[in-house]
Design a protein around this ligand. Sequence first.
Ligand SMILES: *[C@@H]1O[C@H](CO)[C@@H](O)[C@H](O)[C@H]1NC(C)=O
Length: 768
Amino acid sequence: MRLSTVLLAAASLVSTVQGHWLGNIPHRGFAPFAGQANYPVFRNVKDYGARGDGVTDDTAAINAAINAGNPCNRGCTSTTMTPAVVYFPAGTYLISSSILPAYFTQLVGDASSPPTLKATANFAGFGLIDGNPYYTPVLNWKSVNVFFRSIRNFVLDTTAIPPATAATGIHWPTAQATSLQNIVFNMPATADVVHVGLFIEEGSGGLLVDLTFNGGATGASMGNQQFTARNLKFNNCKTAIIQIWNWGWTYHGLSINNCRVGIDISAGGSNNKLDVGSITVFDSSFTNVPVGILTAWTPNTNPDTAGSLVMENIALSNVPVAVQGPGSSTLLAGSAGSMTIAAWANGHNYAPNSAREFSGPITPNPRPATLLSNGRYYTRSKPQYENLPASSFLSVREAGAKGDAATDDTAALQRAIDTAVAQGKVLFLDYGLYRVTNTIRIPPGAKIVGESFPVILSSGAFFNDMNNPKPVVQVGTTSGQAGQVELSDFIVSTQGPQAGAICIQWNLATSGTPSGMWDVHVRIGGFTGTQQQVAQCLKTPGNPTVNPNCIVAYMAMHVTRQASNLYMENVWLWTADHDIDDAANTQITIYTGRGIYIESENGPFWLWGTGSEHHVLYQYQLANTKNIFMGQIQTETPYFQPTPNALVPFRPVASINDPDFTASCAGVQGNCAAAWGLRVINSRDILVYGAGLYSFFDNYSTACSTFSAGQTCQQRITSIEGSATNVNIYNLNTIGTREMLNRNGAQVAWFADNVNTFASNVAVYKSN
Ligand SMILES: *[C@@H]1O[C@H](CO)[C@@H](O)[C@H](O)[C@H]1NC(C)=O
């Protein structure tokens, strides 16, 4: 113990000399529910004996850093109580078996000089990093419940492993609020190589961003309900991407070079039965790729809409076959020279009315210039501030906030935010649960970075009046205040009854570089500290009586009229359906009124990889707005509905355009007064590139969600109302709803006409 303390001190001394600020700042993160006074939120692998010298086997030291303080690893269901950031300074870390990160653990390399994890020649394990191991025939964590994890800034190197020996860079069957960012996969580029960079076999993601795959048999081999994948480069892979299965997948900014096949979506068994639901690919390039996309789609695909493909703005250079179908048939010819596919689709096309089986060019979306950069949709990855010194960061705990989920941190947190802005510093939100009893105001100029998803937790009477709602976190302190703000890696939540809490209210009008939210989530209920768990809010199927202590938010996020120019990436607005800290993940019934409501008059807004789930009235609602990019969006309806239905317990408020379901449900059979997945009112230039709107339950039973049961969980899920110009959706996937999309109350698409693998799919919908 004493010796390791000395080593630890010496190691920190060395690590303060250079490198990323994250390794150099003092760490004060506090996990109040870890059950240990000195639970280490932050771990520098070098403090646990890793050398990073390219010679020493660092496997045991790295896994020791991960497992310090006994976080949620092998055999554990899930947790929010033992957060961890495991930091790797620059260097080459030799590993002989898998790095096994725990639940709620972030692996973060030095962003200014990403460390290499180099596998030994005789490496043994499934994944240099195995994010969800098979200790038994089933995954350690249920893949659809793996939340709040990320890996960023690494080089994964399998080149020492013989090419013909199976090897995998990262194994990542995960769900919402997870991300892989800024990772290079280096694999052999030999003819006999069987290595795979990224392997995902199931789950419900998620974000993949800024990944480069060099060599290998397959860059990324992936199956999952949905994912948003952005800025992925593939060089000299045999096949860049194999899609094992999915419901919907959004790919933007692919750059596929010198691969034999770009994207293989032909997975499936006999009888032309396909496993891949749909993919949306746009603003991408293929160079020296004999077959751009390999599909098994035919006009007689089974099921009907499987293998739906939508492409827009695809640059080809020496791609002889752009889309190849079964039996080496050419569905879309490419060119030995250069060409651009403006827009092309196969699947069901509603543009705007009747369904038709379709394969061919479509009219590309009109793209508002305000959403673009060099002709492509604007993107910006999470800033990591790697050029700033440690002195540019102000610790919120050093500034006096406690983060213990009990102390009233309102004044201390506000003071810290204001001080950081005044001093031109980034506020470092050390891990903690910061309980606040009044609105926290984020002024222009603020930059806030969390440590492993700290929580701002509203509490008390101020936030508990549904007739007088109040923002918990208000960005821009007056309507339309000018300025720019950058927020990343934290959570906004509520504690106890909070019927009037608007978790995030965005007022800021930004010019120039957009403001941003990256990995900033709203997580309502279902974790320790909220008092909205199994003990307080256990589900009561069949009982429509509302427990007032379980009315826990008014709205997840409100983007107000004068707000503009906000970039959101990997943002999950989740009302908990189950208790993450309960060993059985028992379901709970809690009520939040609304998901995200955007009523900005002008936009622009980008929603890359966002989800909104289990809010009572709607998940996404846009009203009187324009210039909004969304892809992929994902929603779920509350599991208890229709017992009670969406009109309980929040009274619809006309001034915020709440649905009241009177007109829309008049004479309609079935569960009609159910949460809208997406509702768009009097809006224009709303461009959706991938949407998964799911309703799995009726009164806590999933029996309604299958095709054989008739998808009766709810009647309607997507509504476009009033004037609508360029309200366009690519790859709309719905589950459990009979009508897929309604225009001014009239049904446009019926589930049974558009049967896909598990969802129903409309490849192309255009409002006009
Ligand atoms: C809801 O489910 C519960 C438990 O399965 C059952 O007892 C009740 O009858 C159901 N209620 C309705 C309205 O279907």
